[in-house]
Design a protein. Sequence first.
Lengths: 282, 282
Amino acid sequence: MDLLPLPAPGATPICVMTIAGSDSGGAAGLQSDLRTFALAGVHGTCAVTAVTVQNSLGVTGFHPVPPPTVAAQIRAVASDIGVSAAKTGMLADAGIIAAVADTASDIGLGQRIPFLVDPVSASHHGEPLLTPEAFELLVGRLFPLATIVTPNLDEVRLLTGIDVVDDATQRDAARALHATGPRWVLVKGGHLRTAVTSTDLLYDGSDFVEFEAQRIETQHDHGAGDTLGAAVTCALAEGMSVPDAVAFGKEWVTRSLAAAYPLGAGHGPVSASWRLREQPPA
Amino acid sequence: MDLLPLPAPGATPICVMTIAGSDSGGAAGLQSDLRTFALAGVHGTCAVTAVTVQNSLGVTGFHPVPPPTVAAQIRAVASDIGVSAAKTGMLADAGIIAAVADTASDIGLGQRIPFLVDPVSASHHGEPLLTPEAFELLVGRLFPLATIVTPNLDEVRLLTGIDVVDDATQRDAARALHATGPRWVLVKGGHLRTAVTSTDLLYDGSDFVEFEAQRIETQHDHGAGDTLGAAVTCALAEGMSVPDAVAFGKEWVTRSLAAAYPLGAGHGPVSASWRLREQPPA
């Protein structure tokens, strides 16, 4: 695949931001985002929304960061370092979602700055991560700001009530989600376990674009959604169009799924460490 | 320089842990540690101690994580994923330091598992980060567990009262610090602004080893201490001796200082992104 260009040594790379929770196990969450940022050669900044106690077996503890501290982190970065694109991960609770929506709006996320909203609403292990009130704010306040939203099929079901089982229902889901306000919707098909390929469907309200990849059979797919979203965010920050950025992200996560490894007694993480085996870009 | 070996694709890399605060600007703290872990090819895990609101100009906000949540993160990782080496960064307050000391002791940090204690006690911008009580606990409870402590000259002054101005005072400081209980002491000379070279002095209670590197003139050295400590931690996890691990870390941070870049209106970060331009290890 074509890697992103690297800045000259000593030159400032593009700066991206993740607004996300911490996974102590290092598989998903901001750890996964920062890993992709580092391996893509961009500068990663970070607003921490919550600290989870987590390993490969699940989440056993959870400490949300106060909403004003979440907002202050975003403002501190935007006002000095700048943000070329941002993504959200787990936003923990209604107060945090409201704070992120207010701040995102103020600094221009989704307006002049590409803004990927990953509607994380359940952990990898199925634990619900958002209350109904928080979920409503996520859709009502953040989706209309989003350049792109990137739900998986479990999240699609929660968001639209649609059970995606084939191409037609995947399109129905994309239409329903687009009506909630984002510029683009990416319905990720990776969780459609019956398919041989993994098809992600991108929709902008008029055209559908399909991104197909060979399904990688692995039980070690923790952090796959974060890794895709982080790679798309880097590509958007580089100035790529949304379809090109999604194509880049899909290749990045497919390679990272192929490089996933066991970790602990449960699900291991996808790994962008394949990048360390690449020849450097010219 | 010799890079660390990469695991075969799909094989589990060695797992290291940082116990540290978040820097929203992405220059220092756990962001810096995780960047070095990712670029060194190891799996990074993470116990978040505090969330700072920070950019290139300084720290404007601070939210400590409750001590039981800090301890729970460490235990969740150790009990499932395992830890081959660990490091500490900013530990925020007395309650967190006590929780880290208790947990570190329980899981064998500094005993069967190499444990680097970086006595972070002031921010890059000089703001004090520890109360006197916290400082006492850091020395009284964590130093005796440490495989190696890695103070810079500002921290040496706080810890020993010794103003390092030359080789003799650097040795005096190493002796005074070794008496507080760690197996090894690394007195980092990088802040001795008068020298042409940057000499770090390693001491195990009997022998001194000097690590010299050309001083890199840059105002963009944010995260240098974290980057050195993170690289040493990776090398210790790989089974290197302490002197070999320090030599590796010193080379890693010297290259990262040479690749530092401007960011925002203040101090930019050192950058391990030079790794992305390297030929992959055979």
